[in-house]
Design a protein around this ligand. Structure first.
Ligand code: ZN
Ligand code: ZN
Length: 282
């Protein structure tokens, strides 16, 4: 990897709940977790069940882990893997935790602490906090987690709030937009502003447009909206993400084929896939 290498690797691509079985082997069943590499910097997005496997991979390298972990929000599918991230148990780790959706009355420590408390979980959060550092912001602020690394954010339309992210590095850009619902019959201009001209936009496409009619108000969007938004905002590569647990490999193959007819650059996220600003890497 070069100093300016920039890509994401998917460790979990599902929404709502992890799923296993023969029908999800190729796209994977873990819930949301992304590893993003910006040269020497490690950014992690969300701590769904996929973060356990990322932790295993980082521990296998046996080097101290320094990372920024950004939360889109704290719904259970995005935090349930948190206690199982191995580097939290290594005193050499330095992990900065970022959150922009909880508002002034809640802290990430209190929310994660309520998950990691008896009788829900036997190991209290405070035992791991020695390697953590909390950073609160308001969705919409620009962040600079490391010198020269720019992260822009925006609020998303989701129950209890969520944050969208855009990372610009070495002149390229990758956006991560989940979980969010587009306005009825319209477009979310706040998101369009954030993702404008980006190379890659990973987007909440839980539903098809046809399925969405039965899920209005649930806080999620569609793959067709991902493509419309990418078209409007000049995003080169829309990535369909946050697959419902009911979506089988065959259903996701069909979505990929339909999406590519409309936009040949469109991708459907799958576990283990690596995407850079120029597209999927083999
Ligand atoms: Zn979700
Ligand atoms: Zn959610």
């Amino acid at each position: 990897m070069t100093d300016n290498d920039f890509y994401v690797r998917f460790w979990g691509v599902r929404g709502s709940i992890a799923t296993t079985g023969p029908h999800t082997l190729r796209y994977g069943g873990n819930t949301t977790c992304l590893e993003m590499r910006c040269g020497p910097h490690l950014l992690i997005f969300d701590a769904g069940t996929g973060i356990r496997c990322l932790g295993d991979a980082l521990e296998a390298a046996d080097a101290p882990v320094t990372a920024d972990l950004f939360f889109t929000h704290t719904h259970i599918d995005h935090v349930v893997g948190f206690p199982f991230f191995g580097p939290f148990h290594d005193p050499r780790s330095r992990i900065t935790l970022w959150e922009g959706h909880l508002g002034p009355d809640l802290t990430l420590g209190s929310v994660l602490g309520s998950l990691m408390a008896p009788p829900l979980f036997p190991v209290p959060l405070r035992g791991l906090e020695r390697c953590m550092d909390y950073r609160k912001f308001a969705a919409g602020q620009d962040l600079e987690p490391r010198p020269g690394l720019r992260v822009r954010t925006c609020p998303l339309n989701h129950p209890n709030g969520a944050t969208g992210y855009r990372v610009d590095y070495a002149g390229r850009s990758i956006c991560f937009i989940t979980d969010t619902e587009h306005p009825a019959g319209g477009r979310d201009e706040v998101i369009a502003d954030l993702v404008r001209g980006a190379d890659v936009m990973i987007y909440d496409a839980s539903y098809t447009d046809a399925e969405y009619k039965d899920h209005v108000g649930w806080g999620h969007s569609t793959w067709e909206e991902a493509l419309r938004l990418a078209d409007h905002a000049g995003v080169r590569i829309p990535v369909i993400f946050h697959h419902c647990p009911e979506k089988t490999d065959a259903m996701l193959d069909a979505i990929a084929a339909s999406a590519r007819l409309l936009n040949p650059a469109a991708l459907v996220a799958r576990e283990g896939q690596v995407i850079g600003p120029d597209g999927e890497r083999s």
